[in-house]
Design a protein around this ligand. Sequence first.
Ligand code: CP
Length: 296
Amino acid sequence: MNKITSINNLSIDFINETFNLADKFKKSWPERKKPGIGKTICLLFFEPSTRTKLSFEHAAKLLGFNVIDFSPLTSAIEKGESFEDTIETLVALKIDGLVVRHPKAGISKEIVKLLPENIFFINAGDGNFEHPSQALLDVFTMKEHVDDISKMKIAIIGDVKHSRVIPSQKALLALLRCKEVCYVGPTDLLLENYEPSKTKINQDMFSDLDILYVLRIQKERFEQNENVDKGSYISEFQINKKFLEFTNFNGMLMHPGPVNIDMEITKEVAHSEQSLFLKQIENGLYVRMALLSLII
Ligand code: CP
């Protein structure tokens, strides 16, 4: 297995191996082997990214890979070259693996059909299809705070509908037999088949939750007829001190980033002791080092 388009490509053994290796990288930091020496990885990001792109680049360089940063805006795509021809060009250039982010949902399944068997591939987020490495780093972070993932209680709040992280996270939590997952937000930002869901915030409703996973409103993936009233969203669903007191939430807060401060969460809460946001970013480095080590 050397192509990751979806969490559903991964066996439970591979997932556990990834977590164990990520844990070793974390505990032995900065010591590491360099399995990437002599290999070249190409990062193709057709959409902006800070965390995913830089952590894959940093992880790859730490492991000894040669890293090529493909920039769509300065490439021959600007002269009309097709996406397919671009991938074939990179294969001809003898790269060993690709990490791709793209706005088109599910394009990673098309990309892998263009790749020879020996070239590895990691989906770094494709439209609202999946973002497998984010789900892995999130669950790795959850495991540091919750003894048994199968008994963890988690609520996901915000724009579930346009998220690519949540399909991956839902699949991964199901594989790990986590049963208490609930989706919270305005009806227009939830999905009918994601159950149970709650569209109203009630007093003490989060008193027994371990994790509250907060999502940004992902306007870049809204259809033309979609809209969210910012004022009503903030008054009902923004995570702030009052919200935490009212819902009696005492667990840990997570967010895949980027965070829109004072929209889905206040600065004070995002930087509070309940927040694991920076821990998620740090763990993303170890998890991506593990993925790159296991996939080559
Ligand atoms: N979480 C995430 O994918 O962040 P970036 O867009 O910064 O990579």
